[in-house]
Write a protein that binds this ligand. Structure first.
Ligand code: SAH
Ligand code: SF4
Length: 357
């Protein structure tokens, strides 16, 4: 079976022409899928009966099967199963006035950050474009309010799966697709320099929102926390970011997880301010207090320490925001996605016993 969710409009036109259908049928099909959220050819009443039958033999819609969902007050975690048996996690985050979907781009991750639960099993495989788009489609199908924001902050390193992330993003922002605004789709990367250069040259990708996980202003500590930075050094990273062609009024977000007694000192805040200082119009900083994981040795700093870190940056003119990740109590917060149903269940016994059955 092929999945409709893996096709751009142009590709689908070409594919169905090969099946003897008129190209404009592709517009009709995608409009059913992405505008009306209909994923059943039988309901696509403006297609001739014969075409519906033929299409059903070749295509289906969902490469993922929704297995479970866990609700918390400010987030819902969706657990999907791929056709080859892996688990994929997607988190719907309820912000004050909008919904944000945190999607996964890979099963596991090869980058190996020591603080991140996704890294524990290494990389299993890339997700296909259809699997990425289907996370959105299926969550939207069961969500009344329209989801307008997507962040690639679930499992995996999106720039290590460049082509599929690119195609999925195209489907997300095209008028014939999910029709999201380009600046509401955020690629979050650990900073793979060669791929950032590729993104900078790519007129489509560089218009998406960019977030880079910096996590320390020091090369030595970055190497310890994020093994990939031994080659993708801080110097090279800053060089590519400094030159990154941004749309007007847009800034790059530098994400900084604050980990107690590891990277949360005022001295480090000053070093970070110094690093960004000359280009502070180009960056803003999001401080993410660490979400502890039972299998990892790190802790979250106390609130005053988080606020002093923020103050140091503000005092030096760097726009800095503190972002508590939502959904921490369903293990759906950033960096806690690991596809361990067992872990989820045992945690649920403590927090939401009625859902842990
Ligand atoms: N691989 C990409 C995107 C997925 S990780 C990246 O690293 O940017 C998304 C974000 O979650 C990153 O900023 C990462 O630093 C952060 N993160 C990872 N583990 C975390 C944890 N335990 N608590 C808080 N944030 C975490
Ligand atoms: Fe991969 Fe991002 Fe986790 Fe690092 S923080 S291991 S890059 S998912």
């Amino acid at each position: 079976m092929e999945f409709i969710t893996g096709y751009t409009l142009e590709e689908l036109k070409e594919r169905i022409t090969g099946l003897g259908l008129e190209p404009y049928r592709a517009n009709q099909i995608l409009s059913w899928v992405y505008k009306k959220l209909t994923t059943d050819f039988n309901l696509m009443t403006d297609l001739p009966k014969k075409a519906r039958e033929d299409l059903s033999k070749v295509f289906s819609f969902h490469p993922l099967r929704l297995e479970d969902r866990v609700e918390a007050p400010d987030a819902t975690k969706f657990l999907f199963r791929t056709q080859d048996g892996h688990l994929v996690e997607t988190v719907l985050i309820k912000e004050r006035d909008h919904l944000t979907l945190c999607v996964s781009s890979q099963i596991g991750c090869a980058v190996g950050c020591t603080f991140c639960a996704t890294a524990m099993d290494g990389l299993i495989r890339n997700l296909t474009a259809a699997e990425i788009v289907d996370q959105f489609l299926q969550v939207q199908q069961v969500t009344e309010e329209r989801i307008r924001n997507v962040v690639f902050m679930g499992m995996g390193e999106p720039l290590a799966n460049y082509d599929n992330v690119r195609k999925a993003s195209q489907i997300m922002v095209s008028p014939w697709g999910l029709d999201l605004s380009k600046r509401r789709v955020t690629i979050s990367t650990s900073g793979i320099v060669s791929q950032l250069k590729r993104m900078a040259r790519d007129p489509f990708m560089r218009e998406l929102n960019l977030a880079v996980s910096i996590n320390s202003p020091r090369q030595d500590l970055r190497e310890e926390l994020m093994p990939l930075t031994k080659t993708n050094t801080l110097k090279e990273l800053m060089e590519v970011l400094k030159n990154f062609p941004l749309p007007r009024y847009r800034r790059i977000t530098l994400e900084y997880i604050l980990i107690k007694d590891v990277n949360d000192s005022v001295k480090e805040a000053r070093q970070l301010a110094k690093l960004i200082g000359p280009y502070k119009k180009k960056f803003k900083v999001n401080l993410i207090p660490y979400n502890p994981d039972p299998n990892l040795p790190y802790e979250r700093p106390p609130l005053e320490r988080i606020l002093s870190f923020q103050r140091e940056l503000w005092d030096r003119g760097v726009s800095t925001f503190v972002r508590f990740s939502k959904g921490a109590d369903v293990f759906g917060a950033c960096g806690q996605l690991r596809s361990r149903r067992v872990m989820l269940k045992s945690h649920l016994h403590e927090t939401h016993p009625e859902m842990a059955r």
